[in-house]
Ligand binder design. Structure first.
Ligand code: UDP
Length: 338
């Protein structure tokens, strides 16, 4: 029997791509998702268990039924604007829900845990490239909620032997090159899908949120990672946890949490992404300029090589032409819910 991995948020953007990568690596991904933002059609690579992370009895039942060897925890609220307006939703929906999941995993003896964190935990660092040791001073409740979950994982590692890999993502983009799954949020708030909506007339124009930032062209700079590269890192993280058990000869490594940044080290401005989208789609991108978005950092770029050095991770597909090209191919399928 292949090993099962419990994937929370497996019906969402990154989780559905992780399920594809897990299945390709020989695991059975068991999706646990309440479908509040995910899509049933995105669950294609393993069983689906509908449930809410706040429902401890349902979680216990799913752990007992599937006996997963590990958890990959993607389910989260992730919109900065919403987090600024409704912090309670983020503290409850991210922190309380994750506490429930972590307690259920520990109770079930499922002690290998891979967690989706974010560079939004850093806040603004004025041109500094960021790595695992950069102080975390989040600007919004989204980043603060993710930082709190990181702390929780460390505490549960020390007390209960939970062994975590924490990935701090930079900006995830692109889609499965085979277009089986892709990015489809309602409402959409992310730059590349919004650009593609403007390209094919689903929106009148892309609004550039702030053109007076202290950057080379006045727009925010981000480090974009292809979603398939990102989920490859998760499979490597899972193998690393399993190898750790073999290395030490123990039933498992001692509890603890290791942090890995997932970025390429190259930053692109909003205008540079728009220019690449013109080339990748061979179409015009209608653009207007608007005010800054609350909670946005000026620049977020990874300066870390740890995932490469220790996990053997390579961000091979993370070029703007490839990410936008794959996103465009997916976009033309019409997404989910159609
Ligand atoms: N952005 C923009 N217009 C939009 C959406 C996003 O100019 O309609 C900018 C945003 O200010 C940020 C970058 O694009 O600098 C990436 O935003 P996204 O929401 O994709 O990711 P985030 O950086 O918030 O995780």
């Amino acid at each position: 029997m292949p090993d099962k991995v419990l994937v929370t948020g497996g019906a969402g953007y990154i989780g559905s791509h992780a399920c594809k990568a897990l299945a390709a690596a020989g695991y059975v991904p068991v999706t646990y998702d309440n479908l509040c933002t995910g899509w049933r059609e995105a669950v294609k690579f393993g069983p689906f268990e509908q449930g809410d992370l706040m429902d401890r009895a349902r979680l216990d039942q799913v752990f007992a039924e599937h006996e997963p060897i590990a958890v990959m925890h993607f389910a989260a609220l992730s919109q900065v604007g919403e987090a600024m307006a409704e912090p309670g939703k983020y503290w409850r929906g991210n922190v309380c829900a994750s506490l429930n999941l972590i307690e259920a995993a520990v109770a079930a003896g499922c002690l290998d845990f891979v967690f989706s964190s974010t560079c939004a935990t850093y806040g603004d660092h004025d041109g500094v490239v960021l790595d695992e040791n950069t102080p975390q001073t989040p600007l919004n409740s989204y980043g603060a909620s993710k930082r709190a979950i990181e702390d929780m994982l460390k505490d549960f590692g020390a007390a209960h032997g939970l062994r975590s890999v924490i990935f701090r993502y930079f900006n995830v983009a692109g889609a499965d090159p085979e277009a089986e799954v892709g990015e489809f949020h309602q409402p959409e708030t992310h730059l590349i899908p919004l650009i593609l909506d403007a390209v094919d007339g689903k929106r009148p124009a892309l609004t550039i949120n702030g053109s007076d930032y202290p950057t080379r062209d006045g727009t925010c700079v981000r480090d974009y990672v292809h979603v398939m590269d990102l989920v490859d890192a998760h499979v490597l993280g899972l193998e690393w946890l399993k190898d750790g058990r073999k290395r030490t000869g123990e039933a498992r490594m001692a509890g603890g949490a290791d942090v890995f940044c997932l970025g390429t080290g190259s930053g692109f401005s909003v205008r540079e992404v728009i220019d690449q989208a013109k080339l990748a789609t061979n179409r015009a991108v209608p653009v207007t300029e608007g005010p800054r978005r609350d909670g946005d950092a000026v620049a977020l770029v990874s300066g870390s090589g740890r995932a490469g050095a220790e996990l053997g991770w390579k961000a091979e597909r993370s070029t703007l032409p490839q990410m936008i090209g794959d996103a465009w191919r997916w976009h033309q399928t019409g997404g989910y819910g159609g």
